[in-house]
Design a protein around this ligand. Sequence first.
Ligand code: VG1
Ligand code: CO
Length: 543
Amino acid sequence: MAILNQPTQPFAGQKPGTSGLRKKVGVFQQPHYLENFVQAIFDAVPELAGGVLVAGGDGRFHNRAAIQTILKMAAANGVARVLVAQDGLLSTPAASCVIRKHGATGGIILSASHNPGGPDGDFGIKYNAANGGPAAEKITDAIYARTQSLNEYRISNSADLPLGELGSFTLESMAVEVIDPVADYAELMQQIFDFGLIRAWFAAGHRIHFDAMSAISGPYAKHILEDLLGAAPGSVVNAVPLEDFGGHHPDPNPAHAGDLIRAMSGPDAADLGAASDGDADRNMIVGRDFLVSPSDSLAIMTAQAMRIPGYRSGIAGVARSMPTSRAADAVAKDLGIACFETPTGWKFFGNLLDAGLATLCGEESYGSGSNHVREKDGVWAVLFWLNLLAATGQSVEEIVRAHWAKYGRHYYSRHDYEGIDCDAANGLMAHLRAALPGLPGKAFGRLVVARADDFAYDDPVDGSRTSAQGVRIELEGDSRVVFRLSGTGTEGATLRVYLEAFEADPAQHAVPVQEKLAELIVLAKEVAGIAGRTGRSEPSVIA
Ligand code: VG1
Ligand code: CO
């Protein structure tokens, strides 16, 4: 075995987006492409030399090859000890759990999350810091800067390590431990939720239908729900992680989780339906013939946190990404706790969680989580809802309708225009930004603009400012449209249009979502000139 200094040249475009670097598999398979980015991590985070690194990924195509490269480079860069997940399979929330539990210096997570996988799909990589959370922008900026200047990387020429069995090895002078992350994660869940109560609820005949979408949540969900909590065998479907997710799009939302929605339809459906995404950090909650909006889910968790053992002593505050509906704000106001509004992406919650300012966090994109780790957490959210159902004896729909009756309903939808021309997308955003000063007071049909701005966030903990995070147009009467471009896609640009309308009157809560938002949808198309600028008259995904 020897350590090689391999000459290389920078690749353009290795700038991490909303959540790490995501590109087509073919891009990552180019010689030196992955290696350059990994070397940039080691160079930007010098404490990894002599430190402890956690490594694993969501199991998508290229995970197997990439994990070996990372181990060989970690050894060559002086990492003292690596905790690598068995077979290299590690969900994003479990990575966060393992980093925290073992006091690691940081972790490298291989995932493109909800993006499709397989040889023609997407691959991704990101660095998480010692708090278990996605590296702050300061670090991702430093990693990117390094990718643009490096001219060699260090790698061991050893043979591949066997990762199929738990055990310990040495690679150069680095200790390698192959660990079972499911055990660490399940232990943490038992500290938060009332497993006895949920077990009794299942024993009384209640049922869950969990669709793991052939992704990494499968082993976690199956072990916790079926083995530990006694849910009927087969409650977790598509439980075996596949390299191409069975050809499906592992994105739990109404557009891609049709099987779950069909399974949850009719009087014989399970009490709770749920799905998770490619790396198990997202969750979709479904009742019998009833979809729960992620924004509502966060508000309901906040309102009901006292029913969950892990949060019984109270929650400090709640945080939501800016485009997420303001349903959580109403609850925070009622409870007298703080509500924070952050840019899109989980990395912005890290400081609030570390400082004890927020306990629960959520995003409209089917993500929620708490201070138990520093990532959003799909299985955690499902257990939260299970614990709620067991504690209240109510159905999903009853819980949500009672919440709306008390706080009003924040009707919500996201319209995505995927794969549009990048210049057209940037032009559309520039046009919106230029139009901002003239918008207040302007009428669109019956809707009148009250305020309009481009969201900027001042982190209350470290004082950093992040600007240009999305154009917000607030209408009189508490409705809102937000526009931003996706930072996770790999083809062209994706315009996201977030629509929200508040309705206090319970007699109006049966109106279908798209109908309630119809006037806002017209306004959004008009104010941004979507059809003219993108050539699309309708969104490609409605979530
Ligand atoms: C999307 C979501 C965002 C989420 C991010 C990562 O980002 O909108 O809320 O944090 O994905 O989630 P964007 O920039 O495409 O809108 V995951 O589960 O892909 O790590
Ligand atoms: Co994800």
